[in-house]
Design a protein around this ligand. Structure first.
Ligand code: FDA
Length: 288
C-alpha cells in the first residue's frame, strides 16, 4: 500500500509531531488557524487507544508552547469507542482537561457512531465548554441535531459527510446535499455558537458569503474550514477577504483510511494515483 504514499503526502502535514509542527507554525504565520488531527481510527485494543490518547497529550504539551489557541480534531473510535464506551469517555475527558483553552472537537465518523458521538459530546459539553462537535449535511437526522447544538451552544463544524451511507439515512445526490448544507449552515450562522463551514465547494462558499453579507453576520462569529493540501488558492482568497480560515491539519503514521477518503472524493485523484503507479511500474516518468 506504500504506493499511495506520494498521493497521501499532499494531504498530511508530517509523519509525526516533529515534522508536522513547523507546518502548523507556518500556517499560523500566514494568518490561518488550525485544527489538528493525529491520524488514527477504529482501534481494536485498549493499548492502542491509550497510545492514541498519549499522542494527543504530547501534542497538547507541544502546542502549549506556541502561545496560540488551537482546535484538536479527534475520532471517538480512535479513543476506544468500539472497545469500551467508558474507556473512550475517560480518554476524551483526560484530553479535554489537558487541552485547557484549546478546543477538543469530535470528528464525525460513520452513521453507526453518530448518536453515540452526539450524546457524549452533549454530555461532556455541560461541564467542559471547550468541547466541539461535527455534523454531516448528507444525513437526514442532521436537521434535528442542528437544533440540539444550537440549544446547547455547542461550537459545530458542518461538512457534507465522507462515509458511504444508505439512502434511508443520507441524501445521495449532489444537489440535495448542497441544498441541505445551505439550510443547515444558514441556521448555524444565525443562531449557532462559532460554527465552522467546512467545504471546498465554491457554489456553497459563494452562497454562504452572499448570506452573511445580506444578514450582516460578522466574519468574527464563524470560520471557513478547509483540508490541508486541498484548494490552497481558495484558502488564501477567503483569508484575503477577511474571513477566519481554519485548516484541518492531519499528521501521523495511520494515514491510509484518511487518504482513501480523500481519494474517493475526486476522480482526478484516482488518475494521479494510477499515473504514479504506472510511472513506478513501467518507468514512464523517464520519458515524459
Ligand atoms: P466537493 O467534494 O464537491 O469538492 C468541491 C471541490 O473541492 C472539488 O471540485 C475539488 O476542487 C476540491 N476537492 C474536494 N475534495 C478534494 C480532494 N479530496 N482532493 C482534491 N480536491 C478536492 N467528513 C466527515 O464525514 N466527518 C468529518 O469530521 C469531516 N471533517 C472535515 C473537516 C474539514 C475542515 C473539511 C473541509 C471536510 C471534512 N470532512 C469530514 C469531509 C467532508 O465531509 C467532505 O467529504 C469533503 O470536504 C469533500 O466535500 P466538499 O464539501 O469539499 O465538496
Amino acid at each position: 500500500m506504500h504506493l499511495l504514499y506520494p498521493f497521501a503526502k499532499r494531504f498530511i502535514a508530517g509523519e509525526d509531531l516533529r515534522t508536522a509542527l513547523p507546518n502548523i507554525q507556518s500556517l499560523n504565520r500566514s494568518g490561518f488557524l488550525s485544527t489538528i488531527d493525529v491520524l488514527g481510527e477504529n482501534v481494536f485494543t485498549v493499548d492502542q487507544a491509550k497510545a492514541a490518547k498519549q499522542e494527543y497529550l504530547d501534542l497538547v504539551q507541544a502546542i502549549d508552547k506556541l502561545y496560540f489557541p488551537l482546535d484538536l480534531s479527534v475520532k471517538l473510535t480512535q479513543m476506544g469507542l468500539n472497545i469500551d464506551p467508558n474507556l473512550c469517555r475517560k480518554n476524551i475527558k483526560e484530553l479535554i482537561h489537558a487541552a485547557g483553552e484549546h478546543t477538543v472537537r469530535l470528528d464525525m465518523e460513520g452513521s453507526d457512531t453518530t448518536e453515540r458521538t452526539i450524546q457524549l459530546g452533549q454530555d461532556l459539553h455541560r461541564t467542559h465548554k471547550n468541547l466541539g462537535l461535527v455534523l454531516q449535511a448528507y444525513l437526514h437526522r442532521t436537521k434535528s441535531d442542528v437544533d440540539t447544538v444550537i440549544e446547547e451552544g455547542i461550537s459545530t463544524r458542518l461538512c457534507k459527510g465522507a462515509y458511504k451511507e444508505p439512502p434511508e439515512l443520507a441524501f445521495q445526490d449532489k444537489n440535495s446535499i448542497q441544498q441541505n448544507f445551505l439550510k443547515l449552515a444558514f441556521r448555524l450562522l444565525k443562531e449557532g455558537f462559532m460554527p465552522a463551514i467546512a467545504t471546498h465547494d465554491e457554489f456553497l462558499i459563494q452562497e454562504i458569503i452572499r448570506f452573511v453579507e445580506k444578514e450582516n453576520i460578522s466574519p468574527k462569529t464563524f470560520y471557513f474550514e478547509l483540508l490541508y493540501g486541498v484548494r490552497r488558492d481558495l484558502q488564501k482568497i477567503l483569508l484575503g477577504k477577511g474571513y477566519q480560515v481554519r485548516i484541518y491539519v492531519p499528521y501521523g503514521n495511520s494515514w491510509l483510511p484518511y487518504t482513501l477518503r480523500r481519494l474517493a472524493e475526486r476522480k482526478e485523484n484516482i488518475f494521479f494515483v494510477l499515473k504514479s503507479l504506472a510511472r513506478e511500474t513501467f518507468g514512464l516518468g523517464k520519458f515524459h
